[in-house]
Design a protein. Sequence first.
Length: 77
Amino acid sequence: MLRHEFQPGKLVAGLFLTIAGAIYAGDAGDAWDAPWFAGIPVVVGGLCLAGAVGTLTRAIRRRRGRVSTPDTAQIRP
């Protein structure tokens, strides 16, 4: 199995999309009453934060000069 690079921006985006899904799932299951627009700020805010985290991560990695090659990306038995 190939190793992959950790991408915190995708982690943040997935977290906020999961939260938005939980908001609507709770509303559908009658756990609470959420207005129809409740998920929009969560999704937009999460995507903006994920973009900022991704940009920051790229700037840090570019400054450190890390480059992964196909040889170092594989797990050797």
